[in-house]
Design a protein around this ligand. Structure first.
Ligand code: ADP
Length: 497
């Protein structure tokens, strides 16, 4: 049984500016494939440098001439609140557009992503009038103030794994803070972002304050980051692309960049975990959610030796319950891997790891029998050392590595990763140990007896080490979208002062 017929969904296609889609055909095109069944279902235009230039200039013009940046922040908030309502009103169509060409199942988008997106917008709408700068202490005939202002045009580059949620991590704080946004969604999953942009205009956002350019990273993304009128860049994606973007921001600015990048996050389970079965279900979900295609996937299980024999079968029992299938099918609980290229990469990492001595405890192969869809079995690899390829590299698939420890010190050593520091989960009922985990683990988020973010947008997210710079969501994300200006006012002027 299917929730919808993917061939019957109307797809908005074209760049978005001046409040409408530009469906003109004078561009090179990029084919877009459905990972669920391998069908090429659309071709998007690729915005080249001159096109990106026109769109950014239109956004800059709107930033200068519309009153979005200067109106009372609470009036910006009203538009954003209306936008959140429109997202909810259009939840079914948005969920179809999102699930159709991505790894997200329709049901998950409807149940999780849509409410999350609406909450993100509302959270930042509420932040709009909460940042007032401050008065600095200086001499008595002088006022010193620090006021904050929006940057202007923010360039936003988003990935394919949670297209709408990532789009709102970027657009909602930038717009609430008074900026204009030009967004380039992933070329693999561009369409839901177009719909969100249209809904923003319908909610009352002035034209060109949220524009979208479609295209590849190398052409369109690079042109956006390098544009002189883009004052700030915000990105979620791979560490290598983040480094390229930061380099472009340095060479063409310098301009600030918020980068939320890759991870190789540990889930550390001690034998004194408060509930072993619950811990196993969290570990299983944290590596199979979105088929492991999540930056904060808990991809490294680090487990106390005494618990190992009991724990692995519990995880396998969860894996066995998953049903791989198309994102629009009702019984699907394990969606596809986003592309054949990504699937082959997962396979080759596993093969190399096994040939270097890892033992495959479960899975390890692509799932066939879904037409040309790209699916991979939930997999457990018992690795032999920290230099194994499956430990070193972010796999971005449902592949869990396992390492065991016999002392707490060893657990912290295994948890520490040479490259990444995005998140970590720790399961223990020992409070002292939990607090030592918080102190010892180098990561942007540490979760004790849980794994994953919540709907509490007040809690920021971001990485240490090569997992990123700056924060998404939280107050920090709003503040990163405003720059501060120092103002000094002298009065009672007296030549002797
Ligand atoms: P993936 O290869 O898994 O899609 P990336 O990090 O390369 O992950 O892509 C995330 C986003 O970054 C996509 O929207 C992509 O088009 C964009 N991108 C890729 N390369 C660049 C680049 N050099 N400059 C700007 N954006 C880029």
């Amino acid at each position: 049984m299917a929730y919808y017929n993917p061939d019957e969904i109307a797809i908005p296609n074209g760049h978005f500016s001046h409040g409408q889609l530009d469906s003109s055909t004078g561009h090179e095109r990029h084919a877009v494939t459905r990972p669920s069944d391998g069908v090429v279902y659309a071709e998007i235009p690729i915005a080249d440098g001159p096109y990106v230039d026109r769109v950014v200039r239109a956004s800059y013009e709107s930033f200068r001439s519309s009153d979005w940046a200067t109106r009372a922040p609470r009036d910006r908030a009203k538009v954003l609140m209306r936008w959140a309502e429109l997202v909810e009103d259009n939840c079914q169509y948005l969920a179809q557009l999102e699930s159709l060409g991505s790894s997200r199942t329709y049901q998950d988008v409807l149940q999780w992503d849509i409410p999350y997106v609406a909450d993100t917008i509302r959270f930042f709408a509420e932040m709009a009038d909460k940042d007032g700068g401050y008065v600095g202490t200086t001499q008595s005939n002088r006022f010193g103030m620090v006021v904050t202002e929006p940057y202007g045009v923010v360039g936003a580059i988003t990935p394919w794994n949670f297209p709408m949620s990532m789009a709102m991590w970027k657009a909602a704080p930038a717009l609430a803070a008074g900026n204009a946004v030009v967004m380039k969604p992933s070329e693999l999953t561009p369409f839901s972002t177009l719909c969100l942009a249209q809904l923003a205009i319908d909610a009352g956002l002035p034209n060109n304050m949220f524009n979208v350019v479609l295209g590849t990273g190398q052409v369109t993304g690079a042109a956006l980051c390098e544009h002189p009128l883009v004052s700030r860049v915000t990105f979620t994606g791979s560490t290598q692309t983040g480094a390229n973007i930061m380099s472009a921001c340095a060479l063409t600015g310098p301009k600030p960049a918020t980068l939320e990048l890759g991870g190789k996050s540990p889930q550390i389970v001690f034998a004194d975990a408060p509930d072993i079965e619950l811990a196993a279900s969290m570990v299983a979900k944290a590596i199979t959610g979105n088929a492991g295609q999540v930056c904060v996937s808990g991809s490294r299980l680090i487990i106390e030796q005494a618990l190992y024999e009991q724990f692995i079968p519990l995880i396998i029992a969860h894996f066995k319950q998953l049903i791989a299938g198309k994102t629009w099918e009702q019984n699907t609980t394990l969606g596809p891997i986003i592309s054949e290229q990504q699937l082959s990469r997962i396979e080759s990492i596993i093969q190399k790891s096994i040939s270097d001595g890892s033992q495959c405890l479960y899975g390890g192969e692509r799932i066939i029998g879904h037409e040309c869809g790209t699916y991979f079995q939930p997999t457990i690899l018992k690795v032999t050392g920290c230099d194994d390829i499956a430990i070193m590299q972010e796999i971005f698939g449902p592949v869990l590595t396992v390492q065991t420890f016999t002392s707490e010190q060893e657990a912290w050593q295994l948890a520490s990763h040479n490259t990444y520091g995005l998140a970590a989960g720790v399961h223990t009922s020992n409070l002292d140990r939990a607090l030592r985990a918080v102190r010892n683990i180098e990561a942007g988020s540490v979760w004790i007896n849980r794994y994953g973010r919540t709907f509490d947008h007040i809690m920021p997210t971001g990485g240490y080490k090569c997992s990123g710079i700056g924060k998404d969501i939280g107050k920090e994300a709003f503040e990163e979208n405003r720059r501060s200006k120092t103002v000094m006012i002298d009065f009672d002027l007296n030549p002797s002062n």
